[in-house]
Ligand binder design. Structure first.
Ligand code: C2E
Ligand code: C2E
Ligand code: C2E
Length: 88
């Protein structure tokens, strides 16, 4: 089949993000909801976000973009390979 290159795209697992009880990710969740609204993208299990928006969000968390990515990874709300999610 078609070979896909791995990307550095930031893809949020919305189910996990919205289920996440911790206050720490409240701003990320709110931001994701706003982006869904702006795009009219309501039915996705995942959401790809702009690098620019990650940078803005990192400021809110007083972190670097890579620092925020680390925290998102710790919370398990990032999807490394969205296609794998749908294949399983
Ligand atoms: P816009 O930035 O003027 O983009 C207009 C349309 O161009 C978008 O409609 C989308 O179809 C396409 N587009 C723009 N940038 C990209 C991109 O990086 N990748 C892809 N695949 N398509 C892109 P859409 O999605 O209905 O969004 C409407 C408007 O909502 C956008 O207008 C923008 O103002 C806002 N918006 C949507 N998603 C985001 C986001 O993730 N971050 C920010 N800051 N604004 C967003
Ligand atoms: P991909 O980027 O690896 O995304 C795989 C699947 O994750 C997508 O399958 C879609 O079901 C889901 N997904 C990823 N980001 C979003 C999101 O922001 N919102 C929603 N609702 N779902 C998302 P899909 O749609 O069949 O796309 C397959 C592949 O086609 C994508 O793989 C990507 O390589 C390409 N593609 C689809 N839409 C766009 C687009 O707007 N821009 C670009 N550049 N590629 C796209
Ligand atoms: P993508 O669609 O694969 O786009 C990859 C990169 O190409 C984007 O990274 C951006 O730098 C550039 N790009 C693509 N389309 C446009 C465009 O219409 N205008 C401009 N100025 N640049 C464009 P970025 O911004 O980090 O976005 C990452 C991913 O987030 C995009 O991957 C797409 O899946 C999603 N995304 C970003 N903005 C929008 C949007 O407005 N609407 C939708 N539906 N998806 C978006």
């Amino acid at each position: 089949g078609v070979r896909h290159e791995p990307t550095n795209k930031i893809v949020l697992d919305l189910e996990r993000l919205y289920d996440e009880a911790s206050e720490e990710l409240a701003y990320v969740a709110r931001y994701a909801r706003a982006i869904q609204q702006q795009r009219g993208d309501y039915n996705g299990r995942v959401l790809s976000i702009r690098a620019d928006d990650l940078r803005a969000l990192a400021i809110v968390y007083d972190a670097s973009p890579s620092g925020l990515i680390e925290r998102l990874t710790e919370h398990g709300v990032l999807v490394a390979d969205p296609r794998a999610l749908f294949a399983s």
